[in-house]
Structure formats: structure tokens, C-alpha cells
Design a binder for this molecule. Structure first.
Ligand code: FRU
Length: 502
């Protein structure tokens, strides 16, 4: 393998009064589920995309065209196992970034290898010659070698045909040469491709004027320990016009920030050939949780929006995650922005505004709320404004004694997340339970807003307008539907999020 309109019900007994059932014990009482068809298995996310069945990992080939968002992903069409030899591109599309429809896979393994990660580009001006608006998917054929290949769609991404003369980028002979990401470089009027070099370290930079002939520019590498100890995978490159800065996103595995897989970023300048990071305290992390990997952005998003989706899992334990019909989910699409906070540029991620489509009304609450969304909560969101004069702890819990805590340490100006043994099922892997994950609070503001999104088997935290994020999978007996806050709360509100599976 590669290491390669809900109502808030505040009544009900306090959890201390209830019998606490250890997460693994069978219980006679099973929570009512919304519907056996939309929720065929425990843990199935209700507001995060996951294929109905089978294994999936990295998001691939994200693009937007004619009102439709396309998400392809690493997929095993034959089963729940992570089968690198059978890796294909699964497909889902959405008109609002929230409700996804699963489609037929678009790329299957061939004589060159399995279909590993890659990207798509909409060729508006027909520079490649396949027609105006053709969609060009650059994928990795992973066989004896890893090769960068092209597939073309002339029906808006529903089907692709592989190019007759693959590979499209000359092979460098490296055994690790994968995950192409093509971005338009407006300053030079051409396309840049980053190709990750896995264990060969770094990312190659290539360019093309017609999306077909690619020329080698050089290798982007950063000589810091973390980067030298890990595979480089699934890189991305973004230009933030207002800041006049480029950001390189690099996923690394193993030796991530918490364990296994994590995504780092570098802010700097790109002259079309070389990416030069600013002087800063690297590495910096897109997300400090354990389950945000291989994130890449959409091509052709309207208004130049930079929207990223990541795989919500980690190579350290993904194959071992609790049994269900599916394995592998995707983060809430995140809007990226680059903000100068404190003494440096910070790549911030916040849930896209489209999340509101799933949301009920905000309800102001005080320090504790129980039974959020009643018995049928699909998912929910809390926004808590805390004073940074005192420590605060937020506990998300259910009646089975499962809990997830977020602690804000005002003195240290750090946030801690406890994804330990009390969160739910955890002992499917010795690497899963991490009771103390922590990250800095950026800047010197005296208060902070925590935006928390709770689904059946994940908790995403966007703190300080997305300047400190934690994405973590959890496997509680039921969704955490209660929340308690100890600390100086300036404002706290909650809203329900309705299932996307309707
Ligand atoms: C990242 C990765 C990629 C590779 C794909 C294979 O998670 O290892 O580098 O293309 O997964 O599924």
C-alpha cells in the first residue's frame, strides 16, 4: 500500500443522571434513525459527501461548469477495501456544493495502471483542440511507473475518453510521479502543472501554453525535517490577487502534524518557474486535526473563488475504520482566503456560504443545550464567541457517555481538541485516539469565534474565521446532540443542518 428546520429542544435529563453505556456494549435501546434508506448504516455522514458504498479516498479533478460542481475521487468500484491496484475515479455532481448525486465512475484501470489522483481543467478557448469548454482530466496511471495521462470529456464531465497518446507528460522514470494539478498562471498566460514526487520528495513544476505540450521548469522542495521524512502528495498552487501572494499546498504522509497524513502550506512568490516561500516559521498547517488530507481546489469556480475539498480521513487508520457500507468521506467545501494576522500570512478556511442552504434558524442559547434538533438531528452547527481572558471548554456529548472536547487555553493562546477514548469507537486502531491535539490562536484579539460543525461521525472546528481549523472523525454511538460550555461566553448560537440525502 501507499503510505502512500429544526427545533431546539432544551429539555431532558442531564447526562449525569443517565446510565452511561460503554461505546462497545450492545444496548437494547437503539436510537431512532431518520430513515433506513437515507441512513442505511450507523456513522453515515448526513451533510458530507460519501459514496453510498465502497472505499474512497482523495478528491480528484474538481471543477465547476455551467452551474454544476463536479467531484471525482479515488474509488474502489468492487468493494470496501483499499485496493490500490483497482483504483478508479468515482464521480458525484452538485448544483449547490451541498447536495451531491452519485454518478457512474469515469476512469477505470488500464494497461498503464490504476487510476490515481489528478485534476481537471475547463478549456474555454479550445487551446488543446478538443472543443470550446472541453474538460481535460490529468490523472496518474500507476503501474510499473507512475505516468501523467490525459482524458477528455466533451459532455461536461459525465464521461471521459482517454487520450490516444498517453502519457501526456514525458516520463521522468521516477517510481513516484503523481497527482498532477494544473492551474492557470494569468501573469504569464499559460498553465502550470505541479506533479508530486512522493518518496522522491518535492513537487515538479511544468508549464504549457496549450495544455498538451508540457515543459519542465524545476523542482519545488523545502528542506525542513517534516518535508524530508514524508511523501509529497496532492499539491496545489493558488494565487491570491489582493495579497499578491502565491500559496503552495502540500499534503504529506506519514509524519503529519498529528499522525500519518496532514496538509501543509507555504506562502511565497512564484515567477512562473520557481516557487520561493517567504521567510516564515514553516511548516504551517491547513488544518490541525487528524482527518483533512489530499485537499485540492476547484478549477473554474465562479468569481475566482478558491474552494477546497479534502478527504476526511488519514492513511494511518483509514482502512481500519469501523465497518459500514462506505469508507471515506469528504470535508465540507471550504472557502480559502489569505489574511495577514499577527506577523504573517495565514491561509484560512471557512465553510462555504452554501452551507446555509441546509440550515435552520439560528437560536441563541446559554451555556448548555441538550437534544439539539430533537431525536432526529441530521447534523448541526454552533457558533460560540468566547472571551480570551479565561480558559473555556466546550463539551459535545451524547447520552451514551461519548464526548469530544475543545479547550481554549487563554494564557497559552492555544486550542486543544480531545479526540481520545471517550469520543466513541476508537480501538480499531492504536493510532486513532489522540487526547491532546493543539494549535495556536492566530493574532492578538481578545475574543474568538468558534464555528463547530457536528455530523454523525465528524467534528469540524473553524476558529478565528478559519485561521485555526481542526477536522476530526469520531465514531460515537449516536451523533453528539448536547453541548456544554464552561468559560466566558459572549455569544452562543446553534442551528440544525438538514441531511443532504433527500
Ligand atoms: C494520497 C494518495 C495519492 C495517490 C492516491 C492513491 O492520498 O496516496 O498520492 O495518487 O492517494 O489512491
Amino acid at each position: 500500500m501507499l503510505f502512500a428546520t429544526g427545533l431546539l429542544a432544551c429539555a431532558g435529563p442531564k447526562p449525569e443522571d443517565e446510565p452511561v453505556v460503554p461505546p462497545h456494549e450492545d444496548t437494547t435501546h437503539v436510537e431512532p434513525e431518520v430513515s433506513p434508506t437515507t441512513r442505511p448504516d450507523l456513522y453515515r455522514p448526513q451533510i458530507h459527501y460519501t459514496p453510498l458504498h465502497n472505499w474512497s479516498n482523495d478528491p480528484n479533478g474538481l471543477f465547476y461548469k455551467d452551474g454544476v460542481w463536479h467531484l471525482y475521487y479515488q474509488f474502489n468500484p468492487n468493494g470496501i477495501e483499499c485496493d490500490f491496484g483497482g483504483m478508479s475515479w468515482g464521480h458525484a455532481s452538485s448544483s449547490d456544493l451541498m447536495h451531491w448525486q452519485e454518478k457512474s465512475p469515469v476512469l477505470y484501470p488500464d494497461h498503464m495502471g490504476a487510476m490515481y489522483s489528478g485534476c481537471s481543467v475547463v478549456d474555454h478557448d479550445n487551446v488543446a483542440g478538443f472543443g470550446h469548454g472541453a474538460v481535460l482530466a490529468y490523472y496518474t496511471a500507476s503501474g510499473e511507473k507512475q505516468l501523467i495521462c490525459l482524458a477528455i470529456s466533451t459532455d461536461g464531465g459525465e464521461t471521459f475518453r482517454k487520450h490516444d497518446h498517453n502519457p501526456i507528460v514525458p516520463s521522468t522514470g521516477l517510481s513516484n510521479f503523481r497527482d498532477p494539478k494544473v492551474v492557470y498562471d494569468a501573469k504569464r498566460g499559460r498553465w502550470t502543472m505541479l506533479v508530486s514526487r512522493g518518496w522522491d520528495l518535492g513537487a515538479e513544476i511544468w508549464h504549457s501554453y496549450n495544455l498538451m505540450q508540457w515543459d519542465f521548469d524545476g523542482i519545488f522542495r523545502v528542506d525542513i525535517e517534516r518535508c524530508n521524512m514524508s511523501q509529497w502528495e496532492c499539491c496545489d498552487l493558488l494565487y491570491f490577487e489582493q495579497a499578491d501572494k502565491w500559496v503552495a499546498i502540500v499534503s504529506i504522509n506519514p509524519n503529519g502534524y498529528i499522525t500519518g497524513s496532514s496538509t501543509m502550506y507555504f506562502v511565497g512568490q512564484f515567477d512562473g518557474v520557481t516557487f520561493t516561500p517567504d521567510n516564515d516559521d514553516y511548516p504551517r498547517w491547513l488544518d490541525y486535526g487528524a482527518d483533512c488530507y489530499a485537499g485540492v481546489t476547484f478549477d473554474n469556480a465562479p468569481d475566482n473563488r478558491k474552494i477546497l475539498i479534502a478527504w476526511m480521513n488519514n492513511w494511518d487508520y483509514a482502512p481500519a475504520c469501523p465497518p459500514s457500507a462506505w469508507k471515506g468521506a469528504y470535508t465540507i467545501p471550504r472557502e480559502l482566503s489569505l489574511r495577514y494576522i499577527g506577523a504573517h500570512w495565514v491561509l484560512c478556511s471557512e465553510p462555504v456560504k452554501e452551507l446555509t442552504k441546509l440550515a435552520g434558524e439560528w437560536s441563541e442559547v446559554t451555556d448548555e443545550i441538550e437534544n439539539i434538533g430533537g431525536d432526529y438531528a441530521d447534523a448541526w452547527e454552533a457558533q460560540i464567541t468566547l472571551s480570551l481572558t479565561e480558559d473555556a471548554t466546550i463539551t459535545l456529548y451524547n447520552k451514551y457517555g461519548n464526548e469530544y472536547t475543545i479547550t481554549v487555553n487563554a494564557t497559552q493562546r492555544r486550542i486543544y481538541c480531545n479526540r481520545g477514548g471517550k469520543t466513541g469507537e476508537f480501538n480499531f486502531s492504536t493510532l486513532f485516539a489522540v487526547p491532546s491535539m493543539s494549535a495556536p490562536i492566530e493574532g492578538d484579539e481578545q475574543s474568538i469565534v468558534l464555528d463547530i460543525i457536528v455530523d454523525q461521525s465528524s467534528v469540524e472546528l473553524f476558529a478565528g474565521e478559519g485561521s485555526t481549523c481542526f477536522t476530526n472523525n469520531v465514531y460515537p454511538r449516536t451523533i453528539y446532540r448536547n453541548m456544554r460550555v464552561d468559560g466566558v461566553v459572549k455569544e452562543m448560537k446553534v442551528r440544525t443542518l438538514e441531511t443532504i440525502w433527500k
